[in-house]
Write a protein that binds this ligand. Structure first.
Ligand code: PLP
Length: 395
């Protein structure tokens, strides 16, 4: 009999852990040991040469970290996965594994700030050509892919105006051209979207955000085919951007509630976005769950939920933002996102702090844009909190 596929909640809880439980522990132990000893020289040799499963040295592998890798691998339904100290390490190590001087990358303008820096500065310095298309302009992306490239890099939904790229459409074109596709799935999480099932080759996460969910551990992950992941792992194993075992434990613990949290954050973001539309001081609301959002139809097709991230701009520019945000009681004013608590921040201070006002304007980012990462509070409290903050802003 074919085994029934378990649901995402059950998988969030149980996936990847059983093999790493020792001493009858019901939770994965945190193994801080840097090295793993062998009395049998033949066994040591077999583990060191990859003939036998096991651990040698903490920069390469660690049992707690391995359990984290297994959980994200199963949630993304991938053949293999590996982990990193941060999301940026996952991104930079993946790019470095596959790109050489003379390579060409096709991506979008709205990638995460750190990724954008790599595309606009670090890679060009190493003679890698990077073409950044207008986010959401699929025709332009396809034209650029057809001109010839070595890697296609997507992120959907994006920061800060939550634009949507049709992963299947772009991955299909890339496949025809024989090009590898990478998707940063941090905003969606495997609960809302599985890029590999849409035809992507590799999926990347900043585990720091929704996977951990509690803003208390840094980490990154890459999932894909065994062949690709082994190459990326080898690069990371040598270069040393390894996940810490304690971080792996905290991320594993956070991931147990991933499905519960994401469902709640999807609902809260939708409720807040709909409320913001009724506020006279709000100029624009960006959320893929709103029917008028330009990516709404694609999001419906490729996502199971619209996510916990939204953004909005207010009348009165930066002074209005400076008056509004300090009034919020149930929101951290900080640079991170994806935590259980609501997090807010002006885009000009957070994700796009390195851009000039003119550059932000060219990217369609108003100076008064506020990024809102919905937490798991009661939706009514988040809306009441915004109501009183807008009232205080007007005084
Ligand atoms: C935060 C973030 C990253 C970088 O992750 P770190 O863990 O901070 O290095 C990459 N991509 C997206 C979409 C992010 O939000």
């Amino acid at each position: 009999m074919k085994k029934r596929r378990t649901g995402l909640s059950t998988r969030s809880l149980w996936a990847g852990e059983r093999e790493y439980l020792a001493f009858g522990a019901t939770q994965v132990p945190v193994v801080h040991s840097v090295s793993f000893g062998y009395n049998d020289m033949d066994e040591w040799y077999d583990v060191a040469t990859g003939k036998k499963e096991g651990h040698i040295y903490g920069r390469n592998t660690n049992p707690t970290v391995r359990a984290f890798e297994e959980k994200i691998r199963i949630l993304e339904d991938a053949e293999a996965s590996t982990s990193f100290s941060t999301g940026m390490a996952a991104i930079s190590n993946t790019l470095a594994t596959f790109l050489r001087p003379g390579s060409r990358v096709v991506s979008i303008k709205d990638t995460y700030g750190g990724t954008n820096k790599i595309f606009t500065s670090f890679l060009p310095d190493q003679d890698v050509e990077v073409t950044l298309c207008d986010t959401g302009d699929h025709e332009q992306m396809i034209r650029e892919i057809k001109k010839g490239c070595d890697l296609v890099y997507m992120e959907t939904p994006t920061n800060p105006t939550v634009k949507i790229t049709n992963v299947r459409r772009i991955a299909t074109e890339a496949k025809k051209a024989g090009v590898r596709t990478v998707v940063d799935n941090t905003f969606a999480t495997p609960i809302n979207q599985n890029p590999l099932s849409l035809g992507a080759d590799l999926v990347i996460h900043s585990a720091t955000k929704y996977l951990g969910g509690h803003a208390d551990a840094l980490g990154g992950a890459v999932c894909g085919s065994r062949e690709d992941v082994e190459k990326i792992y080898h690069y990371r194993e040598i270069n040393g951007a390894t996940m810490d075992p304690m971080a792996a434990y905290l991320l594993l613990r956070g991931m147990k509630t991933l499905k519960l949290r994401i469902d709640r954050q999807n609902d809260n973001a939708q409720a807040v976005a709909e409320y913001l539309k009724t506020v006279p001081e709000v100029e624009a609301v960006f959320y893929p769950g709103l029917t008028e959002h330009e990516g709404h139809q694609t999001a419906r097709e490729q996502m199971r939920g619209f996510g916990g991230m939204l953004s909005f701009s207010v009348t009165g520019g930066v002074p209005a933002v400076q008056k509004l945000l300090p009034n919020l009681e149930f929101a951290n004013r900080a640079a991170n996102l994806g935590a259980v608590e609501t997090v807010v921040g002006p885009t000009r201070t957070t994700s796009h702090v390195e851009c000039t006002p003119e550059e932000r304007a060219a990217m369609g980012i108003p100076e008064s844009l506020i990024r809102y990462s919905a937490g798991i509070e009661d939706a009514e409290d988040l809306i009441e909190d915004l109501k009183q903050a807008f009232a205080a802003m007007k005084q």
